[in-house]
Design a protein around this ligand. Structure first.
Ligand SMILES: Nc1ncnc2c1ncn2[C@@H]1O[C@H](COP(=O)(O)OP(=O)(O)OP(=O)(O)O)[C@@H](O)[C@H]1O
Ligand SMILES: [Mg+2]
Length: 281
């Protein structure tokens, strides 16, 4: 992938972005965004949203993607000719009621599931043409997930969970330890590296999951109702954290949510209804 999609952490932090993203992380200063042809002028467009200093093309491009589960009378078309274009650095929220296709969309975008037809490009690579091994590499190198249910491995400590993406990348233990420490500090969990998920609160578990998502320096963050299992005060903290990190890193983020505050943090909000994607009303 292009390293240029990665951004920087704020200078006020006690460690450098190189620690989290590796020494090759390039710089991208936030600057006011020209809405451009891809970005609807809807009321959800946030003034001052980040623009791309790197590429004029979209980071995520979806063309007429359809996905049907089952066959015959029981067939359910979860995605119906969905098209979508997401510029680098955009924080896009997708809302829709239960069963509308939100999870299916994130899964086909991140290579966890395959579309039946249509084309998906992430960082210029054609995801729909990838072999299983290439999809694995995509998930290892470019895409990070945050799930509603946190998705932490229960027998591992917080630090070990955060270190998983770095292990998969073959980062050596010393470097890994430093980057894990920095990532945990960035989500406010520096005091809890050795606790297992069961020993952490829901909000703390989601912070671990966020640290794990960010530690490998992904180009694309996919978060599926990341605050859905949290009380409203904790959800607010987690939403603020995600919004801040997305902005600081310059990664492209697609988040499904019903949460009005998370929606308000996004650069753009789209609505999915029965597998069809459109502007939010
Ligand atoms: N593995 C599957 N097999 C069969 N049908 C499925 C499968 N996964 C999803 N579906 C169906 O596809 C449609 C879209 O499901 P999806 O999980 O994407 O919705 P969602 O918007 O994420 O819902 P929720 O808000 O409840 O998480 C639903 O009708 C669902 O029943
Ligand atoms: Mg879902």
């Amino acid at each position: 992938m292009s390293e240029g999609y990665r951004g920087r952490y704020g200078r006020e932090e006690s460690y450098s972005d190189d620690v989290i993203f590796g020494a090759d992380a390039s710089r991208k200063d936030p600057r006011p965004q020209d809405p451009g042809p891809q970005e609807g002028p809807g009321r959800h467009t946030r003034p001052g949203a980040r623009g791309s200093a790197v590429s004029s093309g979209p980071f995520v491009e979806v063309e007429t993607v359809t996905k049907t589960y089952g066959s015959g009378e029981t067939a359910v078309t979860a995605l119906h000719e969905v098209s979508l274009s997401v510029p680098p650095g955009e924080f896009l929220a997708i809302q829709g009621r239960s069963g509308s296709g939100k999870t299916t969309l994130l899964n086909v975008l991140g290579g966890l599931d395959r579309a039946d037809s249509g084309r998906i490009r992430v960082g210029g690579a054609d995801v729909t043409a990838m072999s299983d091994d290439e999809l694995l590499a995509l998930r290892r190198d470019q895409v990070a997930y945050i799930f509603q249910g946190f998705g932490l491995l229960p027998i591992l400590t917080a630090a070990e969970n955060v270190g998983i993406p770095l292990r998969l990348k073959g980062i050596d233990p010393t470097d890994r330890e430093e980057r894990v420490r920095a990532a945990l500090a960035h989500v406010g969990l520096e005091q809890h590296p050795n606790q297992t998920p069961a020993e952490l609160s829901g909000g703390q578990q989601q912070r671990v999951a966020i640290a794990r998502a960010l530690v490998g320096g992904p180009g694309l963050l996919l978060a599926d109702e990341p605050t859905g299992q949290l009380d409203s005060a904790t959800a607010r903290e987690i939403m603020d954290l995600i919004g801040r990190l997305v902005r600081e890193t310059g990664m492209t983020a697609i988040v499904t949510t019903h949460d009005p505050i998370l929606l308000s943090l996004a650069d753009r909000v789209l609505e999915i209804t029965d597998g069809r994607l459109g502007e939010s009303p």
